[in-house]
Design a protein around this ligand. Structure first.
Ligand SMILES: Nc1nc2c(ncn2[C@@H]2O[C@H](COP(=O)(O)OP(=O)(O)OP(=O)(O)O)[C@@H](O)[C@H]2O)c(=O)[nH]1
Ligand SMILES: [Mg+2]
Length: 285
């Protein structure tokens, strides 16, 4: 699995673009997916964000619980992986006001410093960075206030480049920095696949769903399957494939001759999780 080239093409180009603009960037908004904040965090971001104000955004926070947010906020601050951590939703616009408050604190400090040097008009330059599909384009659209960049549900959607003025004192590089995920660990690939950040057509869906069910079992959450598919009996003692069989029957995923369409079911389970029909929770804690 780790040998698959998940995100080909434009990544080196954006990395060069980041390095080119890095000197003038003040604030880096690093976006991760709140459901998989570790797997969706780029391992090299530290190098990029050195001497920058690092704001880590737990995006898609509409898909997890508040206690998970609290856990991850503490984790990232404690490990000095960010100057600030904020949960947002680029889907609902949650906490965007708060994001500006955080940025204003930084900007005011910069303004003071520049004033001492006799410079009156100070702006802060912002880079949004993150691995594919974490919500970079959606956030840019919110900050710019119109459809500025393509938003796509396909990973690896964004191309293009320019600086955009957002509010009077901020400039945003409208090409986000697309970064690589941590390729070393297979679990990272599995987690990103579960949340839908790797193109499904290169995945073995039944394998990924199997791993998802393993996670549910390990974290005592198998009940979400029972509730969603209205399975009356306990499934704790079922094997994963027995669970998928049971759900297949409940969903009517049965071919002529009584053969179960388990691949279709596996996909439906993942889709239900991704669309939060199994409840709000991440898969990394
Ligand atoms: N539920 C939820 N979905 C979100 C949120 N932010 C983004 N999405 C969805 O996630 C998918 C990816 O969003 P994009 O903004 O295109 O992500 P990106 O980081 O620009 O992706 P690339 O361009 O592929 O690098 C889209 O289907 C969005 O609708 C969020 O806060 N909550
Ligand atoms: Mg994009």
């Amino acid at each position: 699995m780790t040998s698959i080239n998940w995100y080909p093409g434009h990544m080196k180009k954006t990395k060069d673009m980041i390095l080119e603009n890095l000197k003038i960037i003040d604030i880096v908004l690093e976006i991760v997916d709140a459901r998989v904040p570790l797997s969706s965090k780029n391992p090299d971001i530290e190098k990029i964000t050195k001497n920058k104000h690092r704001i880590l955004l737990l995006n898609k926070s509409d898909l997890v619980t508040k206690s998970e947010i609290d856990y991850w906020r503490e984790y990232f601050i404690k490990n000095n992986l960010a100057d600030e951590v904020l949960d947002i939703s680029a889907e609902t616009g949650q906490n965007i006001k708060k994001l500006y408050e955080i940025m204003n604190k930084f900007l005011n400090k910069k303004k003071e410093k520049m004033l001492k040097r006799g410079i009156l008009n100070t702006t802060a330059k912002i880079l949004i960075a993150g691995i594919p599909n974490v919500g970079k384009s959606k956030l840019i659209n919110i900050l710019v206030g119109k459809k500025a960049t393509g938003v796509g549900d396909r990973p690896g959607f964004t191309k293009g480049k320019q600086w955009v003025r957002i509010k009077s004192n901020y400039e945003l590089l409208d090409t986000p920095g697309i970064l690589w995920p941590k390729f070393e660990s297979e679990q990272v690939g599995i987690n990103l696949a579960i949340v839908g950040s790797i193109k499904d057509d290169i995945l073995d869906i039944e394998y990924i769903t199997n791993e998802f069910i393993n996670y549910l079992r390990k974290s005592n959450k198998l009940s979400v399957i029972r509730e969603r598919y209205k399975i009356e009996e306990s499934i704790d003692e079922f094997s994963n494939s027995e669970i998928i069989d049971r759900v297949s029957i409940k969903m009517g995923n049965i071919q002529k001759g009584g053969i179960l369409r388990t691949e279709q079911t596996a996909y439906a389970i993942l889709k239900d999780y991704r669309d939060s029909r199994l409840g709000k929770f991440g898969v990394e804690k």
